[in-house]
Design a protein around this ligand. Structure first.
Ligand code: UDP
Ligand code: MG
Length: 317
């Protein structure tokens, strides 16, 4: 019998985990597959861990991995994928924005032979126009500057076959943008659309700053275009100054006009200075990322794993 893992990163979701657990059981049980539900606690400071502990005691299918601090959504997801035993692994959010009633639909597509079942957020209720707008722009940019194609509205709610999970685990980069890795991985992929409801309770954990960092990770991880852009800007400004120089020399030699000159100089110094700073900034951004990668620190570390006392969490059946 095939075995399914469901991986859920949670960060301060005390009002959500119990409801989420019930909903998952409700929609998974009719399918008939044995499953494990792995919560990865991403350094919560509220009651989440207590509730997870209770759940693991009540139900041997529930496991909880408690990270030592907050590592961010993408690394918490990676931790869950590393710990999952299933023949298929489903990743989803714990705030009910990834509806558990979709679970059987994802599994059906897997049974059809797809190795990656990706969901696409069609419409999001109660999400500000600002978030929708910036998300649209982000996907436009990433699709035009990188050579991978990411569907707009792609979410981290997906099913991965064991083969795809193992491939994913061999991607070692620290600044991760899982959507990009999945896109680059290949395998037989399919997409299904869903409407994301509002959060069941609590607030979104993604501030504007976190979103910006996430977007920057995505772009710098999949594109060297910004570096090349700095190079092109250099060439362009070089050509401009050449034209300017010819003009200045021509005026000096062949016309009687007095050339006051400082305006030209000031303008070109400012322009060139600005362009150089932009170029340096872009190079700096990439070097910073190289620095982070070469340190080869672990992606995350675990404080403890909570399991039922009754018996060890179900291994592969
Ligand atoms: N999350 C996490 N670590 C973080 C931020 C969020 O594990 O640093 C979890 C969070 O508990 C939720 C999921 O990631 O289960 C998605 O987060 P959220 O709902 O805040 O994001 P949004 O849906 O607003 O994009
Ligand atoms: Mg959410």
């Amino acid at each position: 019998m095939k075995y399914i893992s469901i991986v859920v990163p949670v960060y301060n979701e005390q009002e959500n985990v119990a409801v989420f657990y019930q909903e998952v059981c409700k929609h998974m049980e009719p399918k008939g597959y044995p499953f494990e539900l792995i919560f990865v606690d991403d350094g919560s400071t509220d009651e989440t861990v207590l509730i997870l502990n209770k759940l693991t005691q009540q139900d041997t299918r529930v496991r909880a991995i408690i990270l030592a601090r907050n590592f961010g959504h993408q690394l918490a997801l990676s931790c869950g994928l590393d710990h999952a035993h299933g023949d298929a692994v489903i990743t989803m959010d714990g705030d009910m924005q990834h509806p558990p009633e979709m679970l059987p639909i994802l599994i059906n597509r897997w049974e059809d032979g797809f190795e990656v079942v990706q969901t696409i957020r069609k419409d999001t209720q109660g999400v500000s126009w600002f978030k929708r707008f910036t998300s649209k722009i982000f996907y436009r940019i990433i699709n035009s500057v990188s050579n991978i194609n990411m569907a707009e509205g792609g979410s981290d709610f997906r099913l991965l076959d064991r083969k795809a999970v193992d491939t994913f685990k061999s991607f070692k980069e620290k600044a991760r943008f899982i959507r990009g890795i999945i896109g680059a991985m290949g395998y037989r992929q399919t997409q299904i659309e869903f409407v994301a409801p509002q959060r069941f309770a609590g607030k979104s954990k993604f501030s504007l700053r976190k979103m910006l960092n996430f977007a920057l990770d995505g772009i710098t991880a999949y594109s060297r275009l910004p570096l090349r852009l700095a190079f092109y800007m250099g060439i362009l400004s070089g050509l401009l100054s050449l034209v300017l120089t010819i003009d200045v020399v021509y005026t000096k030699l062949f016309t009687a006009d007095a050339v006051p000159g400082w305006a030209t100089i000031a303008a070109s110094v400012l322009l060139l200075g600005g362009l150089q700073l932009v170029g340096l900034g872009i190079i700096g951004e990439y070097i910073g990322r190289i620095f982070e990668e070469v340190k080869e620190r672990p992606l995350y570390w675990v404080r403890e794993e909570l399991k039922s006392n009754v018996e060890a969490a179900p291994k592969k059946i």
